[in-house]
Ligand binder design. Structure first.
Ligand code: C5P
Length: 237
């Protein structure tokens, strides 16, 4: 059974500002997206990585990627869920409905391969699938529009969802289609599965799997990648 990976990369990155979407900003000598893809390409059993791109994508062809990466692209959609649905449809005829699909944000270049391996191991016997996530450590506040505190929220059993998110291909497609048809705005695949009545498993991931959203995240990602490189160099002896 092959493992399929979907990388939604069709966002415009409005919160980052600037002229280029955040997946094409430079990071440690490459683009953010190229760093992410080269990491995912090392996954054992990988069938293919499908990258969803904006119809007016400004950067895909300009970034140097090793030609041997098992990649294809598809058109992204208006929402992230539309982009993921298009990528799932592009795998039809190639992948089996029961195959596992990993959906991973283009802008999480620091994901650890051993965390992905633990995720896949954890979901193997699970009825629906799961995702990497980190328990919330800070105190949570809800504010009004002016920014004054309205409430302090309990943080027991509260997690920050991240990616990859791992689901069976057929079930994920059905859940996303149902969510899109119902007009429900969803920001990750797990929410679509929840809407369909499933309870995905949260698998503790590393806190350094950051999502590049604001300019200062790029500085942090550069430091994380350098530290991870030192870690693997010292593990290799
Ligand atoms: O905007 P946000 O940071 O939540 O985007 C998460 C991921 O989804 C990014 O990799 C972005 O490129 C992707 N995305 C997409 N299609 C959209 C919106 C976002 O592929 N319509």
């Amino acid at each position: 059974m092959a493992l399929w990976v979907i990388v939604p990369a069709a966002g415009v990155g409005a919160r980052m500002g600037g002229h280029m979407p955040k997946q094409y900003l430079p990071l440690a000598g490459q683009t953010v997206l190229a760093q992410t893809l080269q990491r995912l390409a090392q996954l054992p059993g990988l069938g293919r990585i499908v990258v969803a791109l904006h119809p007016e994508d400004p950067g895909w062809h300009a970034q140097p990627l090793p030609p041997q990466l098992p990649l294809s692209t598809c058109a992204g959609g208006r929402e992230r869920s539309d982009s993921v649905l298009n990528a799932l449809r592009s795998l039809q005829g190639l992948a089996d409905e029961q195959d596992w699909v990993l959906v991973h944000d283009a802008v999480r270049p620091c994901v650890r391969l051993d965390d992905i391996a633990r995720l896949l191991q954890a979901v193997e016997a699970h009825p629906c699938g799961g995702l990497l996530a980190v328990p919330v450590s800070s105190t949570l506040k809800r504010s009004d529009a002016a920014g004054d505190i309205v409430a302090t929220l309990p943080r027991d059993h509260v997690w920050q969802a991240s990616t990859p998110q791992a689901f069976r291909l057929g079930a994920l497609r059905q859940a996303l289609q149902a969510a899109v048809q119902a007009g429900v705005a969803i920001t990750d695949e797990a929410s679509a599965m929840e809407l369909a009545g499933h309870a995905p498993r949260l698998v503790r991931g590393s806190a350094d799997n950051i999502k590049i959203t604001y300019p200062e995240d790029l500085v942090l990602a550069e430091l994380i990648l350098a530290a991870q490189q030192r870690e693997s160099a010292s593990a290799a002896g």
